[in-house]
Design a protein around this ligand. Structure first.
Ligand SMILES: Nc1nc2c(ncn2[C@@H]2O[C@H](COP(=O)(O)OP(=O)(O)OP(=O)(O)O)[C@@H](O)[C@H]2O)c(=O)[nH]1
Length: 897
């Protein structure tokens, strides 16, 4: 306290140490305090004690460690410590004090800077930590999302299992309930069971409908960071704590069943991973629906507008026709081709490759067809077995001259009950049908002999079901009898032997039957399967037996046809009637032919104007095997031509035009060479290399049986594994019309050894194009056949390289297609030579040249170093830098030697 007083005193001292302070007013007492007299009104006064607050001052310790201001030991005026220190430093006390103040200020400033630096460092550290924690949280969220999904799946599975369990339990409960009910009924008076309790007992443990809240593990995320992400996270709830909405024993509604949009909040989990659970607003849904409706409408419209079609394209087609078939505008096709650099017009003809390009460009598919495809579908559908009904047989009568064929046919005709009753005038129309007493019907081909039969077989039409071979009992088996048997066997038609003229006195049918054994005909009486009936055309005996035999044979054959379809059949004969125009006698094979039908017969067609039967009566229709004369055709078809009813005239025209064109081409290319050795070779050169084609079929006629046998044997020795000579028919005697027809049917030439053809046979051979080769020396004959067989050996193909050309540029030239501008780099290129297109040393096409041009002219060859234009047959894919290898092909004939 005294120190303080001293300091007070020092403060009031001047520089010399003398006190310079004022004396406080009315204050009595020491320097540290005093009293003040306070005067009030009415003369009152009061003494107030005043305490003076002492000023703080810095006390500099003196040398001895004592604070300054201590009285000097030596006595004298006491000096303050500060003054002593100042004096020691050679400074005044004030200077010292100023220095101390400055020092203190600096110190304070340093302290402040240090605090600021620390503050900055702290902020920096906090930022880094915050970033790190954000990163960790993001990772945490991803992990939590994965976990959440897994748990969600588990939960769903658990729900399914629970439902199953619930279903089982409810089933069980129902059973128990039933049992309880029974119990109840038994103990009804004792105690009524509490159904509610029972229910509670039987109720299965339902899985909690409240989904488990999935919480991300780890520390709670920084709320600031979450707010930055625009969401908030649910605080982890302590395990066991009820969620807020469940508190108050409220039933917990299934959160999944609640539409989330109604909650009005978006959780982080929902935002990050539960998109599929979010529902769209109704307006959004309606908008999307409308959009989809419009899109479909548009698509449907487009589809209706643009249909992809299958376009049928033959080898060549006009631009106009192609456009029609595609249902496109010709102008569009022309425009497209112009874009491809080709100027075409509607009437121009396109090849099938170009047509394909166009068809595909217009979004359609092409169906290539050849001209022959017009015949496709002409046969119509195959009949179902259920549609087939029994039909009468078609019978042909054959036999040797004067054995009584015509007489027998006439006699059989008179068996017709209908004709007899009607009393109509019977006329020959090539075929007729008789109705037997039994009610059976038989159709006879009224063109007895081989002519009609062979003519039909030559056209591949086996209209005959049964062949009756007539043998006169007095004459026995004769050459034409044997021919008839061969014809029948070749046609695979069953034979019935009619032994005629049995009315003759010395008739011995057994002799005839024995003779037939030599020709592989074994009749039933002799243990075989061929029926033989003794008849007399003259006396009309045995006719019933014969017709019975026919009916029995027909039964065995189970002849059936569908009458309820478009008709088809065979033309039996035809003529040009002055009054009626072209008349064709036809036999219907399937279906029913009606008046008004559009008929195509061979190369002719027409609308059926009238149908006439053999009695000259008009018919409305003709069913299976009914013969009829057809009027209305535009020309006379050939016997044996098939006929068919088609849908419309256009189709009929299309077919007949094609057939007539084919006939013309055939006539032009191989006139009269149908059954010749050259024809055989031609067929081979056309690439026909089937086993059948490698067999040279021959008809041999000789003067004596010995020469026939010698020729047949020698021809056998000529045959090899590759080629064969086969005698389809060998007989003694001159060449008859029958031989010609047989040769034609077999497409075989006739080898005549020391025999000649009669006038009619020659004419027929000329007409039918059957070759007859005459020989009198057997070696010449064998040499000729050998040469033919050698020709049948596949010729050897030899290839010779002639040059190389390089494609420089490719041009599109209308009508020619793509033409390559080439430079001949080696050798020579010749018109029509074989070419191979090489691209990067790989053969990509093998064919032949279609065009070889120098400038605008077609040339025969181009030498090395010259440029030319080259086009390929049926190939367009030419590119610059392709190499064309040119070669010539030589076919080396082989010989049997
Ligand atoms: N005795 C007898 N003679 C018959 C019989 N059938 C036919 N003839 C006679 O035989 C001859 C020939 O009869 P056609 O019916 O012309 O014999 P074809 O086989 O038709 O003769 P082509 O037409 O020349 O092949 C005639 O004179 C008939 O009268 C018969 O059953 N008994």
């Amino acid at each position: 306290m005294s120190d303080t007083k001293d300091a007070q005193n020092n403060n009031n001292s001047n520089a010399n140490g003398t006190p310079a302070g004022r004396k406080p007013l009315s204050v009595s007492g020491g320097a540290g305090g005093g009293t003040v007299k306070q005067s009030f009104s009415h003369g009152r006064s009061k003494q107030v004690v005043v305490e003076t607050k002492k000023k703080k001052r810095v006390v500099v310790p003196n040398k001895n460690g004592r604070p300054g201001g201590q009285p000097n030991a030596k006595g004298g005026k006491p000096m303050s410590a500060a003054a002593a220190a100042a004096r020691k430093l050679g400074l005044s006390e004030e200077e010292l004090r100023a220095r101390q103040v400055a020092l203190a200020h600096r110190k304070a400033a340093e302290e402040k800077r240090k605090a600021e630096r620390e503050l900055l460092e702290n902020a920096q550290r906090q930022r880094v930590e915050k970033a790190k924690s954000l990163e960790a949280e993001a990772q945490e969220r991803v992990d939590a999302d994965v976990r959440r999904k897994a748990e969600e799946e588990e939960r769903k599975q658990a729900e399914i299992d629970a439902k199953k369990a619930a279903a089982e339990a409810s089933k069980q409960a129902a059973e128990e309930k039933k049992a309880a009910a029974e119990e109840e009924s038994m103990a009804k008076r004792t105690a009524a069971p509490n159904p509610k309790r029972e229910k509670r007992i039987t109720k299965p443990d339902k899985p909690s409908s409240k989904p488990v809240e999935i919480q991300a593990e780890g520390p709670p995320p920084d709320p600031d960071a979450l707010s930055e992400l625009g969401g908030r996270i649910k605080k982890a709830r302590p395990v066991g704590e009820e969620p807020a909405e469940n508190r108050g024993n409220k039933p917990a509604p299934s959160r999944r069943s609640q539409p989330k949009r109604r909650q009005g909040k978006l959780t982080i989990t929902a935002a990050l991973g539960a998109d599929e659970d979010r529902q769209r607003s109704l307006a959004s849904y309606n908008r999307a629906k409308q959009k989809e409706r419009e899109r479909r409408l548009k698509m449907g419209k487009q589809e209706a507008e643009k249909q992809s079609r299958e376009v049928v394209v033959p080898e060549t087609i006009t631009v106009q026709e192609l456009a029609n078939r595609m249902k496109e505008r010709v102008a569009d096709v022309v425009k497209f081709m112009m874009q491809q650099g080709e100027m075409i017009r509607g009437i121009d003809t396109l090849d099938v490759d170009t047509a394909e390009l166009i068809v595909e460009e217009f979004g359609h598919t092409i169906k290539r067809v050849s001209e022959a495809d017009v015949e496709i579908g002409l046969d119509g559908p195959t009949d179902d077995d259920g549609d087939l009904k029994d039909r009468p047989p078609v019978v042909t009568i054959m036999g040797h001259v004067d054995h009584g064929k015509t007489s027998l046919l006439d006699a059989l005709r008179q068996t017709d009950v209908v004709g007899g009753e009607a009393g109509g005038i019977t006329q020959h129309i090539g075929a007729y049908q008789v109705k037997l007493k039994s009610g059976d019907k038989i159709t006879f081909l009224d063109t007895p002999g081989h002519a009609a039969f062979s003519a039909m077989r030559a056209r591949g039409a086996n209209v005959t079901d049964i062949v009756i071979v007539v043998v006169a009992v007095d004459d026995g088996v004769m050459p034409q009898t044997i021919e008839a048997i061969k014809h029948a066997k070749a046609a695979d038609a069953p034979i019935i032997i009619a032994v005629n003229k049995c009315d003759k006195v010395d008739a011995d049918p057994t002799k005839v039957l024995t003779e037939l054994l030599q020709h592989d005909i074994q009749v039933e009486a002799m243990g075989g399967d061929v029926q033989a009936i003794n008849v007399s055309a003259l006396k009309k005996t045995g006719l019933d037996e014969l017709t019975e035999a026919i009916s029995m044979q027909a039964e065995l054959l189970e002849l059936k046809a569908n009458p309820d379809r478009e008709a088809d059949g065979i033309v039996i004969e035809s003529k040009l009637d002055k009054g009626r125009g072209p008349v064709a006698t036809v036999i219907v094979q399937r279906g029913t032919l009606k008046r008004g039908d559009i008929l195509v017969a061979g190369g002719q067609w027409g609308k059926v104007r009238a149908l006439v039967n053999e009695r000259g009566q008009q018919m409305k229709e003709a069913g299976p095997t009914v013969p009829a004369e057809v009027l209305g055709l535009d020309g006379a078809p050939s016997p044996g031509d098939p006929f068919v009813v088609v849908d419309n005239e256009a189709r009929a025209r299309e077919i007949t035009e094609y057939r007539q064109r084919m006939l013309k081409d055939k006539a032009a290319s191989a006139p009269g060479a149908r059954a010749s050795l050259e024809h055989m070779l031609a067929r081979l050169k056309d690439g026909v290399t089937t086993e059948q084609a490698k067999e040279a079929q021959l008809v041999v006629k000789g003067d004596v049986q010995g020469s026939i046998e010698a020729i047949t044997h020698s021809l056998d020795t000529l045959s090899t594994d590759e080629v064969k000579a086969r005698v389809v028919y060998g007989a003694v005697g001159g060449i008859s019309e029958s031989d010609i027809l047989l040769a034609k049917a077999s497409e075989a030439p006739i080898i005549a050894f020391n025999v000649r053809a009669n006038k009619q046979a020659l004419a027929l051979a000329e007409k039918e194009g059957v070759e007859i080769r005459y020989y009198s020396v057997i070696y010449q004959l064998l040499d000729d056949v050998k040469a033919t067989l050698s020709g049948m050996l596949a010729p050897e193909r030899r290839e010779t390289f002639i040059g190389y050309a390089k494609v420089l540029q490719v041009f599109n030239i209308s009508k020619l297609g793509k033409v390559a501008g080439c430079l001949i780099t080696e050798g020579v290129v010749k018109r029509g030579c074989g070419v191979r297109l090489l691209r990067d040393d790989i053969v990509i096409h093998d064919g032949e040249l279609s065009t070889l041009k120098r400038f605008k002219d077609e040339v025969s060859e181009v030498q090395s170093g010259m440029e030319c234009g080259m086009g390929f047959v049926g190939y367009q894919d030419l590119k610059p830098d392709d190499v064309i290898e040119c070669f010539e092909v030589e076919m080396i004939e082989r010989s049997l030697d």
